[in-house]
Design a protein. Structure first.
Length: 339
C-alpha cells in the first residue's frame, strides 16, 4: 500500500510515545483484568491502517486521532460493564465515552456497538510538560466487549472486512450472527428470569444432586458445619459426591447417605469438627467408617492424605489404591509408620 511520505514521518515521530503509552496503559489494565478474571487484548495501529482511517475524511487534524493505541477488555457478561467504566474513569482522564446503544440504530440493524472509552493518561501537575509530543496528550481507545461480542468480532472481522471482494451475502451473514450475539447477551443478563419459563424435566440425577445441595446448605445455614469448609462450588461438590456413590454402586442409597452424614454432623460439636481435611474427605471418611461405601472402588481413585489417616486411623487402606499424593504404596506406608 502506498501512502504519503509525510504520514510516515509523522507516524514515526509519534511511534516512541505511542509505545510508551501502550506499555503504561497495558500494565494498569492487565493488573485490573487479572484481578477480576477478565481477558485483555491490545494493539498499536499500523501506518497502513492509519492511512486508511485518515482517508475516511472524518478527521480534521492529527490530534483528532483517538486510537493510535487501542485495547479491549473482555467481560463475562454485560452486567460487569459499569464496574469497568468506573475503573477506567477513576484511573485515566476521560475524554469521552460512547456507550452501547447510544448511537441511533434501527431495530433491524445489527452491527458493532460495543462501549468505547476515549481517554488519556492523567498528568502529574508541573512534572509533565504540556507539549504535543507527550504520552499525556495522546488519546487512546478502550473497548468493552462481552465474551460473545469478542467471539463474533474475531471470528468475522477478517472473513468480511479484510476480504478482497465486497459480498452482500457475507455482510448479511455477519449481521445475522451479530443478532444472535445480542440475543445471547440479553439472555445472560436475564438468565434468572428466563430460566423460570424453561419447562422442567424430571431428570433423576439432577433431582438427587439438588437434594444433596439442599441438605448440605441447610447444615451450613444452621451452623452445623464451620464456614471455612464451605466448598468453592457447591455444584461441583455435589457432582463429586454423587459420582463417588455411583462408582461405589450406591446411587440408590442416596437417602441413607444423606441421613448418615446428617446424623454424624449433628452429633459433632463445632469445636471437634475436623479442619485439617476438606469437607469431601470428611464425608468420605464417614461413609467408609460406617460401611455405607466399601473400598477399593473400581475405577475410582481415593485421594488419601496424611491428615485423613491421622484423624481416622481405623479406615482400612487397600494396597491396590492409587494415591494422588504419594509416588508409591511404599512411600505411603513409610508415612503411616512414621506416625
Amino acid at each position: 500500500m502506498i501512502y504519503p511520505s509525510i504520514l510516515e514521518r509523522k507516524y514515526n515521530e509519534y511511534s516512541p510515545f505511542v509505545k510508551r503509552l501502550a506499555e503504561t496503559v497495558k500494565s494498569t489494565l492487565l493488573n485490573f483484568c487479572e484481578s477480576k478474571g477478565y481477558a485483555f487484548t491490545s494493539r498499536i495501529k499500523t501506518v497502513e491502517s492509519l492511512a486508511e482511517k485518515i482517508e475516511t475524511g472524518r478527521f480534521k487534524k492529527w490530534s483528532d486521532l483517538d486510537d493510535l493505541f487501542a485495547c479491549t477488555i473482555i467481560i463475562p457478561t454485560l452486567s460487569h460493564e459499569e464496574e469497568v467504566i468506573q475503573f477506567c474513569n477513576n484511573t485515566f482522564k476521560n475524554i469521552r465515552t460512547v456507550k452501547r446503544g447510544q448511537n441511533k440504530k434501527a431495530p433491524d440493524i445489527f452491527r458493532f456497538d460495543s462501549t468505547r472509552i476515549y481517554a488519556q493518561i492523567k498528568k502529574i501537575d508541573a512534572l509533565n510538560p504540556d507539549n504535543e509530543l507527550s504520552i499525556y496528550n495522546i488519546t487512546f481507545e478502550i473497548q468493552i466487549k462481552s465474551a460473545f461480542e469478542h467471539a463474533w468480532s474475531v471470528s468475522t472481522h477478517d472473513l468480511v472486512y479484510k476480504s478482497s471482494e465486497i459480498d452482500w451475502k457475507r455482510l448479511r451473514l455477519a449481521a445475522q450472527i451479530k443478532a444472535n450475539v445480542e440475543q445471547l447477551d440479553t439472555l445472560i443478563l436475564a438468565f434468572e428470569q428466563t430460566s423460570l419459563i424453561i419447562q422442567e424435566n424430571n431428570y433423576p440425577d439432577i433431582k438427587i444432586k439438588r437434594k444433596l445441595a439442599t441438605e448440605i446448605n441447610k447444615l451450613f445455614e444452621n451452623g452445623k458445619i464451620p464456614n471455612e469448609l464451605q466448598p468453592k462450588d457447591m455444584n461441583r461438590f455435589c457432582d463429586n459426591l454423587y459420582r463417588l456413590a455411583v462408582d461405589a454402586k450406591k446411587e440408590n442409597n442416596i437417602p441413607e447417605i444423606i441421613e448418615k452424614l446428617k446424623t454424624e454432623i449433628h452429633s459433632t460439636s463445632l469445636k471437634k469438627f475436623p479442619r485439617s481435611i476438606s469437607l469431601f474427605q470428611y464425608f468420605f471418611a464417614i461413609l467408609i467408617r460406617n460401611k455405607i461405601i466399601e473400598i477399593p472402588i473400581k475405577n475410582y481413585h481415593c485421594h488419601i492424605t496424611e491428615e485423613l489417616t491421622t484423624l481416622y486411623p481405623d479406615i482400612q487402606i487397600d494396597n491396590d489404591f492409587i494415591f494422588l499424593y504419594y509416588d508409591s504404596i511404599f512411600e505411603f506406608l513409610l508415612v503411616i509408620f512414621h506416625q
